[in-house]
Design a protein around this ligand. Sequence first.
Ligand SMILES: [Zn+2]
Length: 160
Amino acid sequence: MQHKILQTHIQVYDKAEELSDSWQALLAKARQALDSSYAPYSNFYVGAALLLEDGQIVSGSNQENASFPLCLCAERVALSSYHAQFQGRKIVAIAITAKNPKFVIAEPVSPCGACRQALSEEEFRQRQPIQIILQAETGPIYVLDSIQALLPLSFNPQFL
Ligand SMILES: [Zn+2]
């Protein structure tokens, strides 16, 4: 028997000012997207923003529904908007933020399993990794070079 050890590399920044200007702007757009979040049931607001190769930013926010399985995550709302309007340009990075009006979230909130899979598919489609930038309402900023860091041994179209 052998052991396979998987490692995740995360760059950790203490504050947004340590990021490049374009990443700061992207994170700010994700924060702005919180304003369009519809989360009356969970009170968990999520904003996401995609940076495209030409500098365009496409944002999305979570959209809940009284029929809970219909709830949409911010990441996949942003991806859907991107495909409807800007497909053909590569996605360079995604910034994701979240807030809860009941308490301050001080640790980065990472994408759910479904969104990890969706981002993995995007990377496969464009044959280029997408950087992931995570910060909650406050606290450290995590930067990952690819969704593969959060989805090791991922299922992908090569199996089909
Ligand atoms: Zn999700």
